[in-house]
Design a protein around this ligand. Structure first.
Ligand SMILES: NC(=O)c1ccc[n+]([C@@H]2O[C@H](COP(=O)([O-])OP(=O)(O)OC[C@H]3O[C@@H](n4cnc5c(N)ncnc54)[C@H](O)[C@@H]3O)[C@@H](O)[C@H]2O)c1
Ligand SMILES: [Zn+2]
Ligand SMILES: [Zn+2]
Length: 364
């Protein structure tokens, strides 16, 4: 029987979110219903509410979640009822060109549930990133459920479902940061500070955190930043000079842009050493454009990369990172600024906008 549960939707551009009744269908072939235990508030949820992703309103928001499998549809073998899982938004297909070439982290045909969750009047909902986990239960593709050790509490485990994984992966998987490398991270919210933590985990030597907000910089320092730079009021040349000053005059081997604006991208582009790597993990809004002298793109060498979900493979990375958390080597709890209820998401957006939190996490 389809079930009715409470969920948080965005009805139209910039309208405050609403807690409403939503209908969860029984899982069909290849699908699972998950009882959500915790879901973090990510900047991407706010992008959806602002109309910055697409126009498929109403959205069922929330996508950074952990919970327990409640029901599975016919033919589902990868998870079973009762499994403790982190939800992922890139369930690889195994069939597309990227998957067949052995690069499933770039899968071009990732799976979501086939059926739609709806409002009680039948209006179909667009789940954020194919998840929609600001809800007591949600319907996903079974491949979106990644089993992890239940010893990790849901409010920390869920964070790996998006921002923290994106940040750690941007540094380690996309940027390839390793022992002794230097890295600079521009924008140290949930994603950027996770890139800092990932760089420490990988053994980076110099880790430079940049942000406009001293509170973010102090958290970044506690997560492993060796240097911090408040870029408020600084022009591009000043930012670049400040990065060079703490990297032996060279610039960083890897610069992660966790903001996603032309000015931060240019800081990243010029703040890296020759032949270094720029990683764009912040998501730009559609109207933004970038202009760079082509001779500099050539002359500075290296690589310009984008990081989708930290180029992670959930089945490989989630259990591994949870194990490192349980061993005390990855302080996931440091990312949880507060736990809140389903009614508090609009307030959490405001706190995020003002930079008051790294992550607000809805606990069910
Ligand atoms: N690529 C992916 O797979 C992926 C996954 C999750 C989130 N994201 C994106 O990553 C970005 C960051 O997400 P978040 O949840 O950490 O957001 P957040 O709001 O928590 O953090 C953004 C941080 O950037 C800082 N900032 C803003 N403008 C700046 C500037 N000009 N210079 C320096 N710092 C600046 C803010 O002070 C804040 O600390 C968003 O664009 C989000 O959509 C991408
Ligand atoms: Zn694929
Ligand atoms: Zn997210």
């Amino acid at each position: 029987m389809p079930e009715t549960v409470r969920g948080v939707i965005a009805r139209s551009v910039n309208a405050p979110v609403e807690v409403v009744e939503i209908v969860i269908p029984d899982p069909g072939p290849g699908e699972a219903v998950v009882r959500v235990q915790a879901c973090g508030v990510c900047h991407t949820d706010l992008h959806y509410r602002q109309g910055g992703i697409n126009d498929d309103f109403p959205f069922l928001l929330g996508h950074e979640a952990a919970g327990v499998v409640d029901a599975v549809g016919p033919g589902v073998t990868e998870v079973a009822v009762g499994d403790y899982v982190i939800l992922n938004w890139r369930a690889v297909c195994g069939q597309c060109r990227a998957c067949r070439r052995g690069r499933p982290q770039y899968c071009f045909a990732t799976h979501n549930a086939t059926q739609k969750m709806t409002l009680t009047d039948g209006t179909e909902l667009s789940p954020a990133l194919g998840i929609g986990a600001f809800a007591e239960k949600t319907l996903v593709a079974a491949g979106q459920c990644t089993k992890v050790d239940p010893a990790a509490p849901p409010q920390v485990a869920g964070l790996l479902g998006c921002g923290v994984m994106a940040g750690i992966g941007a540094a380690i998987n996309t940027g390839g940061v390793g022992r002794g490398d230097s890295i600079a991270v521009i924008g140290c919210g949930g994603v950027g500070s996770a890139a800092v933590a990932g760089a420490r985990l990988a053994g980076a030597g110099t880790i430079v955190a940049l942000d406009l907000d001293d509170r973010k910089l102090s958290t970044a320092r506690s997560l492993g930043a060796t240097h911090t730079i408040n870029t408020t009021g600084l022009g591009q040349d000043d930012v670049v000079a400040a990065i060079q000053a703490v990297t032996g005059g060279f610039g960083a081997d890897v610069v992660v842009d966790a903001v996603g604006r032309p000015e931060t991208y240019k800081q990243a582009f010029y703040g890296r050493d020759l032949a270094g790597t720029v990683v764009l993990v912040g998501v730009p809004t559609p109207e933004l454009t970038l202009e760079l002298p082509l001779i500099d793109v050539f002359g500075r060498g290296g690589s310009l990369k984008s990081s989708w979900y930290g180029d992670c493979l959930p089945s490989r990375d989630f259990p591994m990172l949870i194990d490192l958390f349980l061993q005390g080597r990855l302080p996931l709890e440091a990312f949880v600024s507060e736990t809140i209820g389903l009614d508090d998401i609009e307030a959490a957006f405001t706190k995020m906008h003002h930079g008051d939190v790294l992550r607000s996490v809805v606990l069910f």
